[in-house]
Design a protein around this ligand. Structure first.
Ligand code: THU
Length: 138
């Protein structure tokens, strides 16, 4: 799948955001190795901390459906859904990506004119992953 198609799905997903507190609408589209796409949006909460980011919504939907193999994610966001620059994934979302993805997993950061591509290794260097956990204490 072309990045352009995944990006269009992330932009569409941003329209589903539930963000009455921050006003920042975020959308994500996650590409599985088999070509399936899962969309996600941020879902805020009056108590703030239960808020779920768009990226994690997409990942959790996909994992629930049995997917464990992912190729790329496109992410966009902005105040009231207006994209004025890249909206990079938060640290928690990067760690969730690392649970299921290798360091070459691609992240398309959508901005007002197009997109930038980053790998998970670039966004989360020297990461802690399932492999490290399994071998801890050996
Ligand atoms: N947000 C995301 O959806 N993804 C991120 O990676 C960063 C932050 C959301 C959470 C909250 O609803 C809003 O953006 C402002 O922080």
């Amino acid at each position: 799948m072309e990045p352009k198609e995944l990006i269009a799905q992330a932009v569409e997903a941003m329209g589903r955001a539930y963000a009455p507190y921050s006003g920042y609408k975020v959308g994500a589209a996650l590409l599985c190795a088999d070509g399936t796409v899962y969309q996600g949006c941020n879902i805020e909460n009056a108590s703030y901390s239960p808020t779920n980011c768009a990226e994690r919504t997409a990942f959790f939907k996909a994992v629930y459906d049995g997917h464990r193999d992912f190729t790329a994610i496109a992410v966009c966001g902005g105040k009231d859904g207006v994209i004025t620059g890249a909206f990079p994934p938060c640290g928690v979302c990067r760690q969730v990506m690392r649970e299921f993805c290798g360091e070459d997993f691609k992240i398309y950061l959508i901005n007002e004119t197009g997109y930038e591509t980053a790998t998970l290794a670039q966004l989360l260097p020297y990461s802690f992953s399932a492999g490290a956990y399994m071998s801890a204490g050996e």
